[in-house]
Design a protein around this ligand. Sequence first.
Ligand code: ATP
Ligand code: MG
Length: 546
Amino acid sequence: MKEISNFIKTIMEKDLKDGKVNEIITRFPPEPNAYLHIGHARAIITNFELAKCFNGKTNLRFDDTNPVKEDQEFVDAIVEDLKWLGYTPNNVFYGSDYFEETYEKAVLLIKKGLAFVCDLSQEEMTKYRGTLTEPGTPSPYRNRSIEENLQLFAEMRAGKYKDGEKVLRAKIDMASPNINMRDPVLYRIIHTHHHRQGDKWCIFPMYDFAHPLQDAFEGITHSLCSIEYDNHRPLYDWVVDNTECEHIPHQYEFGRLNITNTIMSKRYLKQLVDTKSVIGYDDPRMPTLVGLKRRGFTPEAIKNFILETGLSRVNSTTNSEMLEHFLREDLKLKTVRPHAILDPLKVVVTNYPEGQIEYLPCINNSENEELGTRQIAFSKYLYIEREDFLEEKPNKKWKRLSKDLEVRLMHAYFVKCNEVIKDENGNIIEIHVTYDPNTKSGSGFNERKPNGNIHFVEATTAKKATFNVFEPLILDETEETKELSFMERLNKDSWKVFEGYVESFLQDTKPFDKYQFVRNGYYQTDKDSTPEHLIFNKTCGLKSSF
Ligand code: ATP
Ligand code: MG
């Protein structure tokens, strides 16, 4: 794996050298309201790898301060995702576990005359806030006495007020050019059950207040977040500067990762699941980590992709081909290369003895001998891919089978097609070929050149299998479709199913086993596959379609 290198690492090196910090402590702070996606992988890998570089630490912190959308299901899924990526956090913390300390810091701000309880409604507050070009107007409640504020805030906590009736706001600067600094809300009232705290709290801190405090409590040195928080940094600094925290963390922003033909926002992923446009968060077409795992992606490929594509302060859109490139690089030497037939055409070898099966030796991966050898069955009855046969040779470039032509069946013999059997509608149902025993693979036969090399499986021993083949879930934006919402750009043909055959040894395949099916691409055994019903998911093609 490539070592991480980016502008944040440079900052960390300098901070250590200057003695600004003694060690590097980072955190990954997901909100447990959805499954993680490949964009989160950028944040995870960046935080963990940077800390690792300096023998530092990384915490997993569930940012569960908004009780409305959070759920234990997502907490568990996030823990699993990190494990799958190969990271073990030094600590697992929950933002909500700091509610008491966070409350005390709010009280401290009130006592310092830096926070006040405000009765304006949401709409009124928006009106008072001003615009990018006009300063805001101070709230009429801004000059409440410290005593009154302390009492009102305690009453908010005690449940005396309804949702939205009061908020706690910081007293900063209603004329600040940065709207985030115009007396931002620190606490709001939400009477609801919290997935972890139960009914203990009915006031909840806002992200902009809770997050810097949590970073400070944990001694985080470098708090990394995506670039949309850039203009929240002054508020982050204001909070840690005014709450008398022992550790002063600093926030650094990086650009978000986007990938072509996919949507990365949690809200949209949820919509896909809720509308049953996909079979779940782990649908192999989803950009979620569980989806990528089910599709056959490896943590190594994801890490290399993230590290090689680098990090900057601007959002970037990377072609999905890039991710597949790193996947192929990872799988190429690790996978056995069996024969699988997705769309079978029956072949009868008319001059081969009935009832006989022979086993031909075959190297499992021609680029990696360590993967050993196996035997491939051959008999009078075979399957080849339907697309490998055309009755008439269409042109000179056709390097597959046609009537009166001879091809090599990989690891076996040359066969020549003599007869094409059709049903009453003219559809080809099987073909008859003859084989030449002198052409056995490995025999050194070189008197004739075959018209191509195709793969096959022996029909009587082959195992039936279902193959799921995927295309992008979202169609590319074109001139005609650019006005459409992503739900209207859903690719209706993004999941194709083939019923075919694989070599018999795949009977014992286990969920998540990975293969390179000769000429067909990389596949992974699905999590629902059983010996009675084999299911393989196409991970990616053998070559870039670029
Ligand atoms: P939302 O804003 O919908 O809650 P989020 O994507 O910010 O979603 P979080 O759970 O808050 O989700 O994300 C945890 C961390 O992952 C944050 O630091 C966030 O900046 C980072 N992150 C999320 N999406 C991306 C992305 N596409 N690229 C890089 N980092 C991301
Ligand atoms: Mg977020």
